[in-house]
Design a protein around this ligand. Structure first.
Ligand code: ZN
Ligand code: ZN
Length: 210
């Protein structure tokens, strides 16, 4: 046999071996990926109007609850999200803004004291306490409609509710669960945490609790 033919045979064997090895490795990696989901990262995005006391309180609460919480530097509310006819910010526009700065597998919660709104049925501009993509990367919470005692605690509870929606959690019938349907009311005083079922769904999706 000519040396060139021997070279070709050797090369073919080598290529076959390397393909076999790489496909086995690939199988190993994908099995590991299925077993261990990467930890979900939560980004808190304060808008410039949010008082420092609110940011400190809410960041602490999130960091007590979840392992991976990152606090972004403050940013201005985007001008294009402002709805001058009602002096409000459009929540869906804020979600687009926050979503663009959020990587896959991460979730961002925007926090503001300004009034926010969305379209609800026949109401073109309906004021809300919060809004989240369900599922998606971004959500926003506003303290504007939260009255009474403990406004910082209330804003935290609205924020964590909207964050749950970003993982695809629907509303929950448990009255003490963060995911209960607000039905236009502020029921946050009755909420004590995620119920066992909602928490289980988040853990299954890679959320790590402290
Ligand atoms: Zn909701
Ligand atoms: Zn629940």
């Amino acid at each position: 046999m000519k040396p060139f033919n021997i070279y070709l045979i050797m090369l073919s064997i080598l290529l076959m071996c390397s393909c076999t090895t790489s496909s086995q490795d690939h199988k190993k990696i994908s099995t590991t990926q299925q077993a261990v989901k990467p930890t979900v990262r939560i980004y808190i995005q304060p808008f410039t109007d949010l008082p420092a006391s609110y940011l400190t309180y809410i960041s602490n609460e999130f960091q007590k609850t979840f392992k991976k919480v990152i606090i972004n530097p403050r940013v201005n509310l985007p001008v294009r999200s402002y709805y001058p006819a009602r002096s409000r910010y459009r929540a869906d526009s804020l979600l687009s803004f926050l979503g663009r700065q959020t990587n896959d597998g991460c979730h961002t919660i925007g926090l503001t004291t300004k009034d926010i709104s969305t379209t609800k049925g026949k109401n073109i501009d309906w004021g809300v306490m919060g809004l989240g993509n369900c599922p998606g990367k971004a959500c926003v919470a506003s303290s504007f409609r939260l009255k009474g005692k403990n406004p910082m605690e209330k804003l935290y509870k609205v924020a964590i509710h909207e964050l749950g929606h970003t993982e695809g959690l629907p509303h929950c019938l448990v009255q003490t669960c963060f995911m209960r349907d607000a039905e236009g009311q502020d029921n946050t005083d009755q909420e004590t945490g995620f119920c066992a079922a909602c928490k289980h769904r988040l853990i299954q999706a890679g959320w790590t609790f402290n």
